[in-house]
Write a protein that binds this ligand. Sequence first.
Ligand SMILES: [Zn+2]
Length: 282
Amino acid sequence: MKIIDAHFHYSKIAAFKLTSKKFKINYSKEGFIRETEENQVVAGVCMGLTETKQYKFPDKLASTPMNFDLDEMPPNFYFSAGINPDKLSKDNLNELEKTIQRPDCAGIKIYGGYYQYYFTDKIYEPVYELAMKYDLPVSFHTGDTFSDNGLLKFSHPLTLDELACRYPTMKIVICHLGNPWVMDTAELLYKNENVYTDLSGILIGDKARFNLFSSQELFMNIYKTCFIFANRYDKLLYGSDWPLVSMKIYIDFIKLMVPEEHHQKVFYDNALKVFKKIKNIS
Ligand SMILES: [Zn+2]
């Protein structure tokens, strides 16, 4: 089955480098290409992110838009332009508008919890205006934060309900299913037509860690229950959060929790509907 990965990373982030090394993942262009080829991952969207110094992420000095800088992006792979809300001057917004017109820019990414503003804060309004002007989806980091100085009140998925109502034409992608607040995400998927979710980052780590959790029915049922409640398999997007886990481990994990009859949609078709710049190469 051909797969689109709607959430991976492709930037020189020191903390990601350290974590991927621990899990024996080759965090380089070569490593990325090898894993995509081995797993039939034919397209995807990296979440734009940069840091001005090692271990600075979430970096208050990084300029908007944050793009990618691991290497050149392989063909058929795209990025979402990352936003630093403290860097939204007129020049930044002009640069963002130029960037989102690039054929390889498929969306915009906002880092809730890391940058400490509510999604409904006025500071983000010009960004949302641009997203709607160019009909690009906005992905929002929600749920647990990778660094312990993130603030969870700014990454709770329920705070996106107000935004979804305020901008009904803007496509909202809740990253990481809002984990662990997945029932809140389920309600948003059910209630708000413009809300989608990616399934990346529910777990990170190596095979032993995935086996420990995926073998426990009570754990897997949390996510299965969320999917059953929302009953919107047309709004779930596969994503890996690579390089924080190997692509193979994560694909197998999501296959265990999504019923097989929905795999084609979740692993491929839904991403094409949300990220309209991705070319269908099936
Ligand atoms: Zn991520």
